[in-house]
Design a protein around this ligand. Structure first.
Ligand SMILES: *Cc1c(COP(=O)(O)O)cnc(C)c1O
Length: 257
């Protein structure tokens, strides 16, 4: 099903309304929660339509922070990079990798990404860091945690997450900015308490790492959690970034991973 591009601004505005409602219900400032556009399977034009809608909304709200775009696959990130390059260079867009990264794709991803949100091993973090050091740059990273324990999901187990983060934070080429998770599948009947407990777990990991005051951890504030189906639960548990695809672009032609 091709995306209905003209509908994107209205759908993105509706997502922002959902986020704002959830934030207020939780006693939070809606501006604490940013929307990352999850653009997997969308072509470059549709991705740009989402970015333009997000820039318009931000400028109407007097918000000059960059628009966040996230891709799951390195190949897709690289393919769409030229379409976003000017906006990335101007600091208007951040391009995030939000899917699993294999070490042999580190060079490719560094050519296209502003941030890698899916750090799940020290070996991967070291490979990224040494390449960044050689290039004289710093890469923002999140540690991905598998809070649900579902085997289909990547990320480090919650028990090892804080230790991994503390190690990652010491690497000279990386800046640890927080944590990411994919919530437990909302079954039928919807088990919201299970999903919320997973998000609360991520927040607890973040709080423990910040409280450790270990070297390099002081910027690790972000909690990237919540998608189209569960963003209200994530915002209630402290999300600072929600990653939204379907609610903005419509259903994907192939099932989501
Ligand atoms: C696809 C995807 C999303 C967005 O999911 P929707 O349900 O379409 O909003 C968010 N995060 C990750 C890691 C994804 O792969």
């Amino acid at each position: 099903m091709p995306s209905d591009r003209p509908g994107i601004p209205a759908r993105l505005a509706a997502v922002h309304d959902r986020v704002a409602d959830a934030a207020r219900a939780a006693g939070r400032d809606p501006r604490e929660v940013r929307v990352l556009l999850a653009t997997k399977t969308q072509d470059a034009e549709t991705t740009l339509a989402g970015v333009r809608a997000a820039l318009d909304l931000a400028s109407a709200a007097g918000d000059d922070r960059p628009v966040l775009v996230g891709e799951n696959r390195v190949q897709e990130l690289v393919a769409k990079a030229p379409a976003l390059a000017d906006l990335v260079a101007a600091g208007r867009v951040e391009a995030h990798l939000i899917g699993h990264l294999q070490k042999n794709k580190v060079n490719q991803v560094l050519g296209a990404a502003t941030a890698v949100d899916s750090i799940d091993s020290l070996a991967l973090a070291r490979a990224l860091s040494s390449r960044c050091e050689r290039d004289g740059r710093t890469l923002d990273v999140l540690v991905q945690v598998n809070v649900s324990g579902e085997e289909s999901k990547s990320g480090v187990a919650p028990d090892g997450a804080a230790a991994l983060a503390v190690d990652v934070a010491t690497l000279p080429g990386l800046r640890l900015t927080g944590f990411m998770t994919i919530g437990a599948r909302l079954g039928e009947p919807r088990d919201e308490s299970l999903v919320r407990a997973g998000f609360a777990r991520l927040r607890a990991v973040r709080d423990a790492v910040l409280a450790s005051a270990a070297p390099g951890t002081s910027d690790a504030r972000e909690l990237s959690m919540g998608m189209t189906g569960d963003l209200e639960l994530a915002v209630a548990e402290g999300a600072t970034v929600v990653r939204v695809g379907t609610a903005v672009f419509g259903a994907r032609p192939t099932p989501a991973r």
